[in-house]
Design a protein around this ligand. Structure first.
Ligand SMILES: [Zn+2]
Length: 390
């Protein structure tokens, strides 16, 4: 049996956690300690709904291999991620089909990768064609909803597609949403220029998430009504937000959290396939992207249209504390508990019997970065070291 001492992320209380096999066997209070400082924090591992890749590999790349999938997945442990949705953006039928096939093959090869991939996220291609809402998605592949195409993708993934982002105004969106929801897939609204009526219709049909609310939008828009207010004020929609420090200013992060409440927010980093790459220009899929020296990843030649994030999930969690005045517990729950609830998959909690998807980290409070020191998936150490193992 493995056991270690740490501070709970939510209460700060010192506990000894014991693991048996894939599960937490016990969480026992340690009683008052004179000095808590040597103890790392322990929290459920982060579950990021939107990870596009890492280190120059994109899940939407037609040449994706199962080896590359495993490499990208393994890279995210050190950012505190123990579950994620590999995200495939707007592309040809074949590229998305082949990407999902490679992910399925990786999951069939390695049990840990199947445990880490909580589902695949297809973001697009049923999105707005307009500049602004389309973001960095390639125009040539934007199209109306096509259920038979989606069914083929679902088959290629081995039934792993759990989340689809589409524009509420895409051709056939309402019927598509109903079919997707009936099949157990969560539907998000994103990269949209929809009217109030179209957003209401999409939510009535079953859409439950706004993907990266406040981004994938026009640079300038009518003051009201507009699709940001319409989603912000819709209580049936959870909002995912990118708190990398570049996608949204702190006042917007705070406003969205105030509007949705802490249980209505999912933190994501929306990591680009270029996350982890050195500053410079890169070609991908007919587009040119630039990793800027100060962090953002943009469509080359400008700074307004971001192409995913170069900051990873751990940074987005500590940024959320700093930007919105959250507690550590609130921010961690937005990055672990809330996405599980949204997708209807088992949550990880610091209780006996929960799957031991845990992270340990050092954290000095608001204004500082969270530093992951260990990540465990189903009880197996995947990154770093455990303290005081006995
Ligand atoms: Zn996007």
């Amino acid at each position: 049996m493995t056991s270690f001492a740490a501070r709970r992320y939510d209460t700060g209380e010192p506990v000894r956690i014991s693991l048996e096999g894939e599960q937490i066997a016990a969480v026992e209070p340690m009683g008052p300690l004179e000095d808590l400082e040597p103890l790392p924090y322990v929290a459920p591992g982060f579950f990021d709904l939107q990870i596009n890749g890492h280190g120059g590999v994109w899940f939407s790349d037609e040449s994706l291999t199962s080896d590359a999938v495993l490499e990208v997945l393994a890279a995210h442990f050190r950012f505190g991620v123990t579950r994620l949705c590999p995200t495939l953006i707007t592309n040809s039928f074949e590229a998305i089909h082949d990407g999902l096939t490679a992910i399925r093959q990786a999951c069939e090869r390695e049990k840990w990768s199947d445990q880490m991939v909580a589902g695949c996220h297809i973001e697009g291609p049923y999105i707005a064609a307009e500049d602004g809402p389309r973001g960095a998605h390639p125009l040539e592949h934007v199209r109306g909803c096509d259920w038979s195409e989606f069914e083929k993708w679902q088959k290629a993934s081995g039934g792993r597609v759990r989340l689809v982002t589409l524009a509420a105004e895409a051709d056939g969106a309402e019927d598509f949403i109903r079919q997707a929801v009936a099949s157990g897939v969560t539907v998000a609204i994103g990269h949209t220029a929809a009217t109030t009526e179209q957003i209401t219709a999409a939510v009535d049909a079953g859409a439950r998430l706004s993907t990266h609310l406040g981004n994938g939008a026009h640079g300038t828009m009518r003051r009201h009504p507009n699709y940001i207010w319409d989603q912000l004020g819709e209580p049936r929609l959870t909002a995912s937000i990118i708190t990398d420090g570049h996608h949204l200013p702190p006042s917007v992060v705070r406003s969205i959290i105030f509007a949705k409440g802490t249980s209505g927010i999912v933190l994501t980093c929306d990591a680009s396939g270029l996350a982890g790459c050195a500053p410079g220009e890169y070609d991908y899929h007919g587009g040119r992207f630039e990793v800027l020296a100060d962090g953002p990843i943009v469509v080359a030649g400008q700074r307004q249209y971001l192409a995913g994030s170069g900051q990873l999930t751990d940074t987005c969690v500590s940024n959320a504390v700093t930007m919105a005045g959250l507690t550590l517990g609130q921010a961690c729950d937005m990055a672990a508990l809330n996405p599980c609830r949204l997708l209807g998959i088992p949550v990880v909690t610091l209780t006996r019997g929960s799957r031991a998807d845990l992270i340990l980290f050092r954290y000095g409070g608001s204004g500082t970065r969270l530093q992951v020191t260990a990540a465990m998936l189903a009880g197996a150490l995947r990154f770093g070291e455990l303290p005081g193992t006995c």
